[in-house]
Design a protein around this ligand. Structure first.
Ligand SMILES: C[S@@+](CC[C@H](N)C(=O)[O-])C[C@H]1O[C@@H](n2cnc3c(N)ncnc32)[C@H](O)[C@@H]1O
Length: 235
């Protein structure tokens, strides 16, 4: 084989190796905060998953006053025909509010804990709703069809994904071309927000991690009392 062809093949191989290295996340492991799992991603320690035993905290009556959840849904500009996925839906606090707005569309409530999905299913049955489907997600996979979702909502969950990069790639794949991701996290920059350190995120850290997974940061709507409302586009 001529030398020029060998060099060209080597360069192609090297380039693929660089792309692979760029796309493969590096997780490191070291002891950290008591609320963390000892696994780190891009300088951040991943938090423990909130167990289903904390369901009543998600449904607390003062939540609207503390988090202005009605305003959060207004930020999403939900259209009747929207297909929306709530990733880490918990007991469905936002799911049922969104279902009232997306009357001609559909809400997918994705969670990794069966107890959370069962709680949502019983509310769906009692209210006889037809525009909500529960989906059992995995640690690395949202289990939604490719190019099927207009809006992804992630409230207080991203910081506890055990595989943040893989989850974001899976979310990215499930989004339609002009889809939007709404990342709601307690503000890590603000010591006044009464939430444990690992359950908060700074805007800088969130943008860094989402951009590394192929999202484009659009803007932060700064109108929630405790949380960031970060909007990302599918790149
Ligand atoms: C703190 S709760 C927030 C629930 C809901 N978003 C809310 O604001 O009411 C986080 C939820 O995310 C779920 N979760 C954690 N990792 C997940 C994953 N990889 N895929 C889907 N759900 C996940 C947990 O089971 C839990 O129900």
């Amino acid at each position: 084989m001529p030398l020029r062809k060998v060099i060209a093949l080597l360069l192609v191989g090297l380039n693929s190796l660089c792309i692979w290295a760029q796309e493969t996340p590096t997780y490191t492991y070291k002891k950290g905060d008591r609320d963390g799992i000892g696994k780190w991603y891009m300088g951040r320690e991943i938090a423990h998953i909130m167990g289903f035993q904390g369901m009543s905290w998600l449904e607390r009556p003062e939540r609207e006053k503390e988090e202005h959840t009605t305003r959060l849904l207004k930020n999403m500009n939900i259209k009747p025909e929207d297909t929306i996925a709530d990733i880490g839906a918990g007991s469905g606090y936002h799911v049922f509010k969104m279902a009232k707005k997306a009357t001609l569309g559909h809400i997918f409530a994705v969670d990794i804990q069966d107890e959370m999905l069962t709680a949502i299913q019983s509310k769906i049955r009692i209210r006889a709703l037809e525009n909500i489907t529960t989906v059992k997600g995995g640690e690395q996979e949202v289990n939604l069809k490719p190019n099927s979702v207009d809006k992804m909502l992630l409230v207080d969950v991203y910081h506890e994904f055990n595989f943040p990069f893989e989850m974001l790639r899976s979310i990215h794949k499930a989004m339609r071309k002009n889809g939007k991701l709404y990342l709601i996290e307690y503000r890590g920059e603000d010591v006044q927000v009464p939430i444990k350190k690992l359950h908060k995120m700074t805007k800088k850290q969130a943008v860094k991690e989402l951009e590394a997974a192929g999202f484009k940061f659009e803007r932060n709507i700064e109108n929630l009392p405790w949380q960031h409302c970060l909007i990302f586009m599918k790149r």
